[in-house]
Design a protein around this ligand. Structure first.
Ligand SMILES: CC(=O)SCCNC(=O)CCNC(=O)[C@H](O)C(C)(C)COP(=O)(O)OP(=O)(O)OC[C@H]1O[C@@H](n2cnc3c(N)ncnc32)[C@H](O)[C@@H]1OP(=O)(O)O
Ligand SMILES: O=C([O-])CC(=O)C(=O)O
Length: 379
C-alpha cells in the first residue's frame, strides 16, 4: 500500500462546513469572493459556519448580542493571564493554556446537550479577543480594558487592545481578515480538533488541541515569522540576497507554499490588496514593497505562491498588533471553524483511529536488566 507523507490527498471525513474545489474556497456553499465582495461581517460568517445558512437580520442581532454578552473574562482568568506574562512563553502557549482554563472555570463544561454546547461555543468564541487583548496589555504593565456592549466583535477587539475607538476602515479591514481566516476545510488544526472531537471529549479539549496545532511554524505560526523575515530584510532591494541565502541553506520561506493550492491561495489576493491600501503613502509602505519583492523572487525562483499567512502579517502590523500576537488573531477567527467542525464531528461521530505502518524491528528477545550492555556514549 502506497502511503503519501503527511496524509496528502487523503479524504478523512465528509463535511458541509467548507470546501476547496479548483482552488475556490467556499463556506457552506458561499465562495469567499461572494462573502467578501458583499461585505459579509465576521459575526455573520460565524453564524453561517455554525448553522450552515446565513442569518436573518433578527437572528444576526440576537447572535451578536449573545456574543457580546459573553466577551468579558473572569477575574480568575485575568489572574492566570498575569501569571503567564513572562519572557520565553509564547503567546500561543498562553492562549492554549488560558482556553483550557476556561473549561476549568466553566461549571457546565462537561455538559453535552445542545443548549449547553451552544453556550460553550458562544463563550469560547466571544472570549478569545478579550484574552488576546488582555494579555497584550498585561504584559505591557497595563490594566485590561473590559469589552463594550455597543461594539461589534471586531471593533471590541481593537478597542480592548489600546482603548481607542477604532476607525471604520480598521474595523472593516480586520473584519474581512477574520472572515478570510474563519475556516479552511481539513487543515492541520481542524483535523486535530476533529480527531479530538471524535472521542466525544469536551469542546474545551478540542479547541485547546487545535490551538496547540495552529501554533506550529508550518501552519498558523508562519504569519509571525513572515514579519520577522520582513524586518530582517529591512529595505526594498535587500530581499534577493537574504532569500537566496535561506534557499541555499534549505530553509523554508515562511508564508509560501501550500498543501492544497498550487496556483493561487484565494484569500491572499484580498490580504495583499488590504496590505497595499493600509500602507500606501504611509511610513509603513516599505513592508508592502518588501513583500512584493519577496513574492516576485520566490515565485520566479521556486514557483511557490504566497499563502494566507504572507500578506496578513503586514495587515496585522498596520493595525498596531505586535508580531508575536499574529497567530492569536488567526486563532480568534479560526475558532469559529474549529467549533463548527467539532459540532459536526460529534454529531456523526465514528472514532478516528487510522493505522500505522510499523517500520521497526520485530521478534526481539528480552534481555534481563543486569545482562544489558551500557551503550551510552561517554561525552
Ligand atoms: C495557514 C497555513 O497553514 S498556510 C501554510 C503556512 N506555512 C508556511 O508558510 C510555512 C512554509 N511552507 C511550507 O513549509 C510548506 O509549503 C507547507 C507546509 C505549507 C506545505 O507543505 P507540503 O505540501 O508538505 O510541501 P513540502 O514541505 O513537502 O514541500 C514540497 C517541496 O517544496 C519546497 N517548499 C515548500 N514550501 C516551501 C517554502 N515555503 N520555502 C521553500 N521551499 C518550500 C520543499 O522544500 C519541497 O522541496 P523538495 O521537494 O525539493 O524537498
Ligand atoms: O489548509 C491548510 O493546510 C492551511 C491553511 O491554509 C489554513 O489552515 O488556512
Amino acid at each position: 500500500m502506497e502511503i503519501k507523507g503527511g496524509l496528502q490527498d487523503t479524504i478523512a471525513c465528509d463535511t458541509r462546513i467548507s470546501s476547496i474545489i479548483d482552488e475556490t474556497l467556499s463556506y457552506a456553499g458561499y465562495t469567499i469572493k461572494e462573502l467578501v465582495d458583499n461585505e459579509a461581517s465576521f459575526e455573520e460568517v460565524i453564524f453561517l459556519l455554525w448553522h450552515l445558512r446565513l442569518p436573518t437580520a433578527a437572528e444576526l442581532a440576537d447572535f451578536s448580542a449573545d456574543l457580546r454578552s459573553h466577551m468579558a473574562i473572569d477575574a480568575a482568568v485575568e489572574t492566570c493571564l498575569r501569571i503567564q506574562c513572562r519572557e520565553n512563553l509564547h503567546p500561543m502557549s498562553v492562549l492554549r493554556s488560558t482556553v483550557s482554563l476556561l473549561g476549568v472555570f466553566d461549571k457546565d463544561a462537561e455538559l453535552t446537550d445542545n443548549a449547553s454546547t451552544y453556550l460553550q461555543n458562544i463563550k469560547l468564541q466571544a472570549k478569545m479577543p478579550t484574552i488576546v487583548a488582555a494579555f497584550s496589555r498585561l504584559r505591557q504593565g497595563l490594566d485590561p480594558i473590559p469589552p463594550r456592549h455597543d461594539l461589534s466583535f471586531t471593533a471590541n477587539f481593537l478597542y480592548m487592545l489600546d482603548g481607542h475607538e477604532p476607525t471604520e476602515t480598521e474595523i472593516k479591514i480586520l473584519d474581512m481578515a477574520l472572515v478570510l481566516h474563519a475556516d479552511h476545510e481539513l487543515n492541520a488544526s481542524t483535523f486535530a480538533a476533529r480527531v479530538c472531537a471524535s472521542t466525544l471529549t469536551d469542546v474545551y479539549s478540542t479547541i485547546t488541541t487545535a490551538i496547540g496545532t495552529l501554533k506550529g511554524s508550518l501552519h498558523g505560526g508562519a504569519n509571525e515569522r513572515v514579519f520577522e523575515m520582513l524586518v530582517a530584510i529591512d529595505e526594498h532591494g535587500n530581499a534577493e540576497e537574504y532569500l537566496q541565502a535561506k534557499l541555499d541553506s534549505k530553509e523554508k520561506i515562511m508564508g509560501f507554499g501550500h498543501r492544497v493550492y498550487t496556483t493561487v491561495d484565494p484569500r491572499q489576493q484580498y490580504l495583499k490588496a488590504m496590505a497595499k491600501e493600509l500602507t500606501e503613502g504611509t511610513d509603513k509602505a516599505k513592508w508592502y514593497n518588501i513583500s512584493v519583492e519577496v513574492e516576485t523572487f520566490i515565485r520566479e525562483k521556486k514557483g511557490l505562491i504566497p499563502n494566507v499567512d504572507f500578506y496578513s502579517a503586514t495587515v496585522y502590523h498596520c493595525l498596531g498588533i505586535d508580531s508575536d500576537l499574529f497567530t492569536m488573531i488567526f486563532a480568534m477567527s479560526r475558532v469559529s471553524g474549529w467549533l463548527a467542525h467539532t459540532y459536526e464531528q460529534k454529531n456523526n461521530s465514528r472514532l478516528m483511529r487510522p493505522r500505522s505502518n510499523y517500520v521497526g524491528e520485530l521478534g526481539l528477545v528480552y534481555v534481563p536488566i543486569e545482562a544489558r550492555q551500557d551503550t551510552r556514549e561517554v561525552i
